[in-house]
Design a protein around this ligand. Structure first.
Ligand SMILES: *[C@@H]1O[C@H](CO)[C@@H](O)[C@H](O)[C@H]1NC(C)=O
Ligand SMILES: *[C@@H]1O[C@H](CO)[C@@H](O)[C@H](O)[C@H]1NC(C)=O
Ligand SMILES: *[C@@H]1O[C@H](CO)[C@@H](O)[C@H](O)[C@H]1NC(C)=O
Ligand SMILES: *[C@@H]1O[C@H](CO)[C@@H](O)[C@H](O)[C@H]1NC(C)=O
Ligand SMILES: *[C@@H]1O[C@H](CO)[C@@H](O)[C@H](O)[C@H]1NC(C)=O
Length: 360
């Protein structure tokens, strides 16, 4: 009897899953992404930069192969898109057609940051400010296609930036002057101030459901561990301390924005926590999976580790897909309020009447 019941439940569940697949309607009308290489889906492919990875073994576990994603498989932005019910991957800005832009665009660019100069020693990149200019052009394009753009307020906007303002700016003191101008605390404030302006621009472009990721444990990234003194510890703790100052200021910024813009909802994702798999009961090797160039990228066409689900990092900078999966699922459905606050992405999806968020 219990067995029959279980079978019945499984059949019902399968029908449910099937239904979702058949109906295939995304939970929101569109999805836009901004930020750095952790979410870039190919925008750097045509740029002159060392931060360009459209060659194997990158993409070896991705259905379309090497697309310019900085990992073996999907990025967490891709997986969030799937959790939102989008059947196809949202195109990079450089390739988005008129028919695609009303579903969403990915503007992210490897080596870019909040600050304009961030990543310049690696070559060309699309800074956050330029990504927002590009989004403004997308909206002009929608208007010229006679679209009523009021649907933009129902969409999810993901912003994953700030990491390069540390690893490809502040901490490279022979190429950037920020560490001579600012203490780590002042630098965190300056970044937060500029990001605040950028988030308000996004709001002014019609965004009302905005997910803002904090920075990862930058002191644990293999290139940082391999280049700087860890003082016998697994990570460079002074780097993590600097990143913590930023994250600790980002959370109150999000609260402030929610207070000031009562017809929008912003949320903070604790990347430090979820990307280090805290509370996930999982522990992975911190040795990069692929064979590295001097610049800590994968050597083109080299043979990587056989089992990518055992490594935290694919190359010397970027997470393997297994970590992206964890980041995406916990951003979408938080395991704890420490993962995402005050909302996870599934909460943002459910908020329908964007005019009266103040009571929530
Ligand atoms: C656009 O759509 C919204 C919601 O459906 C509607 O309230 C508004 O009047 C429309 N605007 C135009 C210019 O058609
Ligand atoms: C720091 O470098 C930037 C270029 O990246 C330059 O515009 C600025 O003037 C420099 N500031 C100082 C105080 O040297
Ligand atoms: C978008 O671009 C237009 C035209 O250049 C400009 O007037 C407007 O201020 C921009 N909007 C935002 C929010 O930056
Ligand atoms: C929110 O509004 C207060 C009061 O007007 C202002 O001081 C603060 O800068 C605003 N913060 C943001 C992030 O918009
Ligand atoms: C992120 O999570 C960690 C615990 O894993 C916590 O110590 C930290 O305060 C959180 N950061 C923010 C800004 O909430």
């Amino acid at each position: 009897m219990a067995h029959k019941l279980t079978q019945l439940l499984i059949v019902i569940m399968l029908i449910q899953v099937q239904k979702n697949i058949v109906v295939g309607k995304p939970q929101v009308p569109c999805y836009f992404m901004f930020g750095d290489s952790l979410v870039d889906s190919g925008n750097n492919n045509g740029l002159v930069t060392f931060s360009r990875v459209n060659y194997p073994p990158y993409g070896m576990d991705f259905p379309e192969g090497a697309t310019g994603r900085f990992t073996n498989g999907r990025t967490f932005a891709d997986i969030i898109g799937q959790l939102l019910g989008f059947e196809k991957f949202i195109p990079p800005h450089t390739a988005a057609t008129d028919a695609q832009i009303s579903i969403g665009v990915n503007y992210a660019s490897g080596s870019s940051g909040i600050r304009e100069e961030t990543g310049i020693h690696l070559g060309d990149r699309i800074s956050m400010d330029t990504q927002l200019v590009n989004h403004n052009s997308t909206i002009s394009r929608l208007l010229s296609l006679q679209e009523n753009t009021s649907f933009l307020e129902k969409c999810i906007y993901l912003v994953n930036t700030g990491n390069n303002d540390y690893v490809n700016n502040y901490f490279i003191s022979d190429k950037y002057n920020t560490s001579r101008i600012y203490t780590t605390d002042q630098y965190a404030s300056v970044l937060i101030q500029q990001l605040s302006q950028q988030l308000r621009t996004l709001y002014n472009l019609g965004a009302r459901k905005i997910v803002v990721n904090g920075v990862v444990k930058v002191g644990c990234i293999p290139i940082v561990v391999g280049t700087f003194d860890t003082e016998g510890k697994p990570c460079v703790e002074s780097f993590n301390d600097a990143a913590k100052l930023y994250n600790d200021k980002l959370k109150p910024l999000i609260d402030d924005l929610n207070t000031n813009y009562s017809d929008a909802r912003f949320t903070f994702i604790n990347m430090t926590r979820i990307s280090s798999l805290q509370g996930a009961g999982m522990s992975l090797s911190t040795t990069p999976c692929c064979q590295l160039t001097e610049g800590y990228a994968c050597i083109p066409y080299s043979i990587p580790c056989p089992d990518r689900t055992m490594s935290m990092y694919f190359d010397g900078y970027h997470f393997a897909e297994i970590v992206a999966t964890s980041i995406a699922t916990r951003s979408y459905t938080a395991l704890s309020p420490l993962d995402a606050s005050p909302y996870d992405i599934s909460d943002l999806v459910r908020l329908h009447d964007t005019k009266y968020y103040a009571d929530i």
